[in-house]
Design a protein around this ligand. Sequence first.
Ligand SMILES: [Zn+2]
Length: 282
Amino acid sequence: MNLRPALPSDCGLVPPSGDGRPPIAEILASLDALGAAGWQETEIASQPAPSGGALPIRAYASTAAVDAVLIGGIHGREPAGAIALARYVPRLIERGRRLGLLVMPLLNPWGYLHHARYGPAGQSVSDSDHLLGRTAAPACPEAGAITDFVVHRAGIRPGSAVLDLHEDPIYEAPDYRFDGFGSYLYFIGEGASDHPVSRRMRRCLAGSALPLVRSGVTRFGEQIVEGAIVDSADGSIDELLARRLGCTPVITVENLLHAPDEPPLPGRVEVYVAVLDAFFGA
Ligand SMILES: [Zn+2]
């Protein structure tokens, strides 16, 4: 019996973000097929819905012991990852028959709805600095709940591969310039940047419609070398997964956005579906 509360009415609306992203309900409906295939669904946390009620933050696991982690939707102006993961559900079900998969596809539904980077507290929903010895307390309630789930309840085995799908809306920083379009990567974890999964990822993006940016400096001041930033200490959940749980490779994908629909969202989703294929070696 399904005892989940009904989704708030906001989830049925097309968010006014200017990129044509689908309603949250549409994404969550695609993911419901994971539960129907026997995956364990967990509500890790929730965020307040504008019309009342709660926007669920869900995780889906194919088995109790996890070998690979897929993450999307941490930042609300970066929808391509969540949409690609929703579209990838049939292949996730297939992969999950042989592999322990944990999928956290839309970690910041409030940001997705409001087209805002952070959650309602103005903080990154998966900030991990409190578990990396840098701050005393979680940055916001979601960060406390999400990191606690990942470290203590998710069953993630050391050596698990991680893929975290972001985008880089550089228009958030009006004084910053980076000409052209393309992608870049972050690698964290022991031997991560030379791992076979990482090599597949470089090849996939290099030949994609959003080709790897070979060099440059991100708006956070990080140097991109041969398309990647290695061993960043940014307090992200990726850093937590690598340093606290021994995951490797932990791969974060980014692509440069000059406006919500530049480049257009459907093409970005296509690239991220190909990225998922590359992650699994399909
Ligand atoms: Zn991001």
